[in-house]
Design a protein around this ligand. Sequence first.
Ligand code: BMA
Length: 312
Amino acid sequence: MTRRRGRDLLHRWEGNPAVTLQDIPYPCNTVFNGCPAKMNGEYLLLMRVEGLRGYSFFALARSEDGLHFEVDERPCMLPAKEGPFELWEESGIEDPRVTFMDGFYYILYTAVGGHGHCIALARTVDFQTFERVAVVSGPGNKDGVLFPEKINGLYARLDRPIGYDIGSIWVSYSPDLLHWGRSELVMTPRARYWDSFRIGASAPPIRTERGWLELYHGVKMTSSGPVYRLGTAMLDIENPAKVLGRCLEPVLSPREEYERVGDVGNVVFGGGAIVEPDGETKVYYGAADTSICVAIGHIDKLIESSFQTEGP
Ligand code: BMA
């Protein structure tokens, strides 16, 4: 008997979408994507929301089970209206990615200013007040994710500079989180594949016994526009520029109506994951730039997917 394969390795939560515009207690345009964190046993989701004035800011949702969320009464972080960050954030802040390290929740996010997209770093201990640390890239860079520990004595991040119009994933290092360098190429788009047009890190890297598991987004350009999917790669623990494995097949593709249709259709845009003690992994993703959804898999299967070699 032929084995019938699942449509995707990750299984959608049947209650999807988890957060939509209707869940936001104030007027706004849309909900894009979010990154999860756990604090004192509570699940938090730091979300990119677009307000009526057309720029994005961050809002916080809370949950006891990581599935049913309630959104706080007010946005938690707005674009800076004064000081050195004002210029960098004049058109909004986007795509926050949270990493817990040394007692702080660090947030790499995209600062959208008059000169383009830059990566900025903020930190918080309570998700109520956020301290801006620094703008940590020049314009033309985004999709920054911080590793949860130092590598060979240095902080490390993945990011996505655009060179010759090609978006690839790079790694950079820093002694103090402020000064970054020693940049190396990690992965490029692959001609013809689901990730042929552009790629970027989606979730902060997850330490596993086989290496750093990276959930990344890949874009394929079609005659009716881009399709955003989610895939896996495995990076060497000591040297993340070394790719040990990379999926051939995405682990999540836009198939449901809420992923196909919305402000930007055909988008599943990963934001982060929570690995539970039993290995169950909840992946949070933006669907069609209109809601935030949850897809669930086992960490072992995700690891396995990053070493996939079979398939025509
Ligand atoms: C990226 C970001 C995301 C968005 C995605 C798909 O560049 O702007 O927030 O979900 O595009 O439109």
